[in-house]
Design a protein around this ligand. Structure first.
Ligand SMILES: [Zn+2]
Length: 803
């Protein structure tokens, strides 16, 4: 696989190439104090675009003169302009220090004066000894620091105006000409970033994926069976006795009223448009329910726009530097506030990492138990229920005993080693081999018996296993799961079968929500003659959903199941090659080639159909869905740009390390990334190279998830295993772990009502206001740091984009 080899780990290579491409302007822009840079010996620009022979002219002569003439130098004894070259450069140096010093002093005064109304400032102040001023950290300022005149009002005013723009460290009112040069580029860069953000905002809004749009996040949304009541009263500090019957015992299908359907109730109907998307229109005037949902053509234009930006040299290096800055800022913060954080979480009673709510934001249902659990289950069935008929093979029905006889295995022979489902050594860059790991003892018939929902025993064994896992979750109480279940799109009955399996087996638990994963397997079905065109797959996936939205009575099971479905996922081996053979892609009904549509095309059709479905469901007060695909695990980094536009959040995202521009966008929009370093370690990227830690430091919205406990985990609590390995390798503190747990709740698709109970009733409010340290155990100082950092970054974007 040439692609895989080329892309394994060229981190260092890409960083190098980025710094090689950096332009001199950008060096100034993001490096804090350019004036200081000019003076140092290390000013050798590391850029290829900069001509070394021009080194002297790097500082513009006019600019120098302007500095020398400026009022700022009034207090310093400037020599006559006609003096010789040497002394002129000497005074130039002094002038620069003076400018720098003023700025630095201003940070101090700002920092201290605003300390009262900003929590970080007051806390941070405590951690920096008062006697140390930022100015005194610089060796060059000693002489000028002594006799300061008291600042006049005018001085204060200019300082204030400068303060607002200090954040990037280069703008000040006295250096206007210098600024004009940088502004021009920055305005351009930030305007483009802003445009990308606006695009995403529009895609999200038009598809009803913004949290507040979803009816299930309203306060009056009823969850059935009801979530467990709090078992602890914080005001009286006492236990409350609660009924702890599991949901599967409470659930009774007859308790649910299915909305009545009358033809005249339905204002809307659906049909297929020329793009191959199911659209919903008003029956009276034939207008679309929403005509702002981007078309395939618009989508590819937007995609290309961002793709071009992400490979543009100056853009890349700019984003790269901003990300470096974010990481450096984190280092500073954590050095200054580590003890403060520990102190704050120690004074928080009752709560610790273990009893903070956490959600496994990415886990596949058929791999939700660990291997030991599956082994115990198989042995038990073989010993006590060996005579049950379990499979139809070669024209006859076989009992479990007969199946094992044909495999020449007894229950005594079975061990983790014979089961051989762990993926640690032989699956690296072999997704095909990894898929085979789903077969116990390498036998697909055992997978069919134990791990399928649609089989001879109607998925009874898998349902029993699931219930055992649910029971464990209920006992552990603080761990919650978002299980992926498959809809393949091979026929129209899949939805009904899946929903009936869930409802009939009463697979309900308040620790669990479902996501539907659609494998990208068009080429396989096409080969076997199951489908003619890509449209057939879309029909099989979406027609049942539009039908049941139109009339829930048509399939009460599906209606009930969908209330617990959060959204859609797109899965398969991303490292397969995306063929870009045509300039313009045909509609799905004309996609009857033997090869698979590209990732971006798959994702668009999940998005567009889901968008219309969501609008219709919104009108009917039914819960809406989000797109949360696997993305950026391997293959073309461009997948991440598709996801940036279309999806609510993603799983994996490790390839963001290769495209700094898109990574920066993911930061600015705080797009959720469910990362699974243990899974990556077995499949695509060794643990030490995983970008998780760097993402976390920068402040990207990351959570930890298990992906496939059956293949990767050794313990009974896979999610805790994931956290604990990360904590050991990356040296995460308790506060870090609690922050990750809080992130996972925020990213998850659990109803707002439940999230309020888990992480605090104001969790939707920004910054410290929304933080409830008693519930999530994340100190205010950390929350404020994250909030403040993000706010500064967004302010910059808006400031320059509106210039
Ligand atoms: Zn996965």
């Amino acid at each position: 696989m040439p692609i895989a080899i080329r892309k394994v780990d060229d981190d260092t290579v890409s960083n190098e190439s980025i710094s090689r491409a950096a332009s001199p302007i950008l060096h100034k822009a993001s490096d804090g104090t350019p004036v200081h840079q000019v003076n140092t010996q290390t000013m050798k620009p590391s850029t290829s675009s900069f001509d070394y022979h021009d080194e002297k002219s790097f500082i513009d002569e006019n600019f120098k003169k302007q500095i020398l003439n400026s009022d700022l130098l009034g207090s310093i004894n400037v020599n006559d302009h006609e003096t010789e070259e040497g002394s002129q450069s000497e005074s130039f140096k002094t002038a620069l220090f003076s400018v720098e010093e003023e700025i630095a002093e201003e940070i101090n005064s700002n920092f201290l004066s605003s300390a009262d109304n900003r929590r970080l400032s007051s806390n941070a102040k405590m951690s920096i000894p008062d006697t140390i001023m930022v100015t005194s950290l610089h060796p060059g300022n000693v002489s000028t620091h002594v006799d300061q005149k008291t600042p006049s009002n005018e001085d204060v005013a200019t300082k204030k105006s400068r303060a607002g723009s200090y954040k990037m460290g280069y703008e000040s009112s006295s250096l206007s000409e210098f600024n004009d040069v940088t502004h021009f580029q920055l305005v351009d860069i930030f305007s483009k970033i802003k445009k990308c953000q606006d695009l995403r905002k529009n895609y999200q809004f038009q598809s009803v994926q913004i949290n507040s749009q979803n009816p299930k996040n309203r306060d009056d949304w009823e969850i059935y069976p009801e979530p467990p009541k709090p078992s602890y009263d914080a005001t009286t500090k006492s236990e409350i006795k609660v009924d702890s019957r599991p949901d599967w015992e409470i659930f009774n299908k007859d308790d649910i009223t299915i909305p009545e359907y009358k033809d005249e109730d339905n204002e809307f109907d659906y049909t297929l448009n020329a793009d191959g998307t199911f659209v919903v229109f008003s029956k009276s005037d034939e207008k679309l329910i929403n005509d702002n949902i981007p078309t395939l053509r618009e989508y590819y234009i937007d995609l290309e726009y961002i793709a071009n930006l992400s490979s543009d040299g100056p853009m890349k290096s700019f984003a790269f530097k901003r990300l470096q800055f974010l990481e450096a800022r984190w280092a500073m913060y954590s050095l200054l506030n580590e003890f403060n954080e520990i102190q704050q979480s120690k004074t928080n009673p009752h709560r610790d990492f273990y009893n903070c709510r956490k959600v496994d934001t990415h886990v596949h249902h058929t791999a939700c138990m660990n291997q030991k659990h599956l082994l115990r289950f198989i042995k038990h069935k073989l010993r006590h229920h060996g005579d049950e008929d379990v499979i139809f093979r070669d024209e006859k029905v076989l009992s479990l005993k007969e199946v094992f006889q044909s495999l020449k295995l007894t229950s005594y022979d079975l061990s983790i080693d014979t089961l051989d489902m762990h993926a640690h050594k032989d699956t690296f860059h072999r997704f095909d081999k990894f898929n085979l790991k789903y077969n116990p003892v390498g036998e697909s018939r055992l997978r069919e018996i134990f791990l399928k929902t649609d089989n001879f025993i109607n998925g009874r064994y898998l349902a029993e296993l699931t219930k055992e896992v649910m029971h464990d979750l209920q006992i552990s109480k603080y761990q919650n799961m978002e299980y992926r279940v498959s809809i393949y799109g091979r026929n129209l009955q899949e939805w009904e079968k899946l929903a009936s399996w869930i409802i009939n087996n009463k697979l309900f638990s308040n620790n669990i929500r479902w996501l539907v994963q659609v494998p990208r397997l068009y080429d396989v079905y096409k080969k076997s003659g199951l489908v003619n065109s890509f449209q057939d797959i879309l029909n099989n996936i979406f027609i049942p959903l539009f039908e049941v939205t139109k009339n829930p009575k048509i399939s009460p099971n599906l209606h009930i199941f969908l209330q617990r479905v959060i959204g859609f996922d797109s899965v398969d081996d991303e490292s397969k090659i995306d063929r870009r053979l045509m300039k313009k892609f045909p509609p799905p009904s004309n996609w009857s080639f033997s090869y698979n549509p590209p990732y971006s095309y798959y994702l668009y059709y999940l998005y567009s159909n889901m968008s219309f479905l969501n609008h219709w469901r919104l009108k009917k007060n039914l819960n809406t869905f989000n797109l949360r695909p696997h993305c950026g695990e391997a293959g073309d980094p461009e997948h991440l740009i598709s996801a940036y536009l279309l999806s609510h959040s993603i799983s994996h995202g490790i390839l963001l390390r290769k495209i700094p521009f898109v990574q920066y966008l993911f930061y600015l929009d705080q797009i959720g990334i469910a990362m699974s370093p243990l899974s990556n370690n077995a499949l695509f990227l060794t643990y030490d190279k995983n970008p998780f830690q760097s993402f976390f430091k920068k402040g990207l919205n990351v959570s930890l998830s298990t992906d496939d406990p059956l293949q990767f985990s050794y313990t009974k609590e896979p999610l805790i295993e994931e956290y604990s390995v990360a904590a050991q390798i990356y040296k995460l503190s308790n506060v870090d772990m609690c922050e990750l747990a809080k992130n996972s709740v925020l990213q998850s698709g659990f109803e707002d009502k439940i999230k309020k109970h888990w992480i605090g009733k104001n969790f939707l409010k920004p910054g410290v206001e929304g933080n409830d340290v008693e519930k999530c155990n994340v100190p205010d100082i950390r929350v404020n740091y994250r909030y403040d950092t993000l706010k500064t970054e967004l302010e910059l974007v808006n400031y320059f984009a509106n210039k």
